[in-house]
Design a protein around this ligand. Sequence first.
Ligand code: UGA
Length: 443
Amino acid sequence: MKITVIGTGYVGLVSGTCFAEMGNKVTCIDIDQSKINKLKQGVIPIYEPGLEAMVIRNYDRNTLKFSTKLSENLDGCDIAFIAVGTPTGDDGSADLKYVLQVAKEIGESMTTPLIVVDKSTVPVGTADKVRATISQELENRQVTIDFDVVSNPEFLKEGDAISDFMKPDRVVVGADNPASAEKMKQLYATFFRSGSARFIAMDVRSAEMTKYVANAMLATKISFMNEVANICERVGADVNDVRIGIGSDSRIGYSFIYPGCGYGGSCFPKDVKALHRTAKEHGYEASLIGAVETVNDAQKLVIAKKVVKRFGEDLTGKTFAVWGLSFKPDTDDMREAPAIYIIKDLVARGASIKAYDPKAMHEAQSFYLKGVSKVTYHNSKYETLPGSDAMMLLTDWKEFRIPDFEELKTQLKQPVVFDGRNQYDDKAMKDMGFEYFQIGKQP
Ligand code: UGA
């Protein structure tokens, strides 16, 4: 099929590249000329394992093209995916200005019948707005061209995006017109064995809702466990054991019940907020969903609170080694990362920070921690240790899992570790002589 993907952010670039990999003719569009120029040279704006090689391979074999001109890439196109950003507006709702701007341009320039797909995470009712915008433009042009608007939310995880896309758990398509659902089924048929139950068709509004509910449910599991962890600490229980104890119940399961220093990223914080807001707009106070966010905001500072309890409110003259800045491993993404909040809190109390992250240091330096004084960046995890009063593990990168504990102990001024991801064995740490603080268990 001939496909146009508008927006070369995470979702757009991964989707476009994977559709191209399956032999479709894909053009990825972005208004950012320098980004498009770089993509043509095989320079990928994000870190995502496997993506760069796939982009280069498909660009070379002509299944993947890049352009800044949407109007030149709609003629004869079967499906246009809208995958532009939906940032959080001041009131917590998703800001649709980019999505509707693209819809307007599609209406202004489409020449042949088209299925327009909302791939961005958009609130319930957005497809109707996209449809109305395109219709208005066609009316202005006084032309009649067949089109339909379909919702096809994306469920990929950063760091696993390629495999999530190529081997999806499920593909959700919301289409009110059966012919559009059928066309989408054909597009995704290459990703499944025929007759797979993993292609789930429903009406447009249910598909739009499914995306938010999936993320809000996962975020709820995390906030629930973080709350349980905070109770465990106070009653003398160990959340690590409690987690295994409840996860063994197949109705609960083990996934997404790891306590930590709070969820971050571009999706959970934004989507939980937006769902809460959508409910409010429809006259319903979704108190549980609101609480998921409140618990998470507080959880991001739990590690900082432990540091203060151990070293005092005034941290002047203290230095902390930070291992991990990104919101999760295998990405350079620092959006809403707990590290931002923890580091700023400690610096405000007078501390200095020696940070290391395998991928996110550039992001930190140039944007998320730009201008935050007293933060230095180091080339390896061990370089952060000399002169530091304690080490703080904030992202569960694999390379932090089994460090050289002897080096960790001897290089730090004192063997104190704050673990925001419960990566180490409590007893083993103590036997090695560490003062070990983790989430959900008293030291
Ligand atoms: C999330 C969803 O998992 C994807 O299914 C969804 O498609 C995506 O959002 C999206 O809406 O685009 P992502 O934000 O990449 O994906 O990250 P996750 O792997 O889900 O992790 C989110 C956060 O939760 C991280 O900060 C992670 O450390 C935290 N987390 C995760 C926990 O604290 N505990 C857990 O048990 C699991």
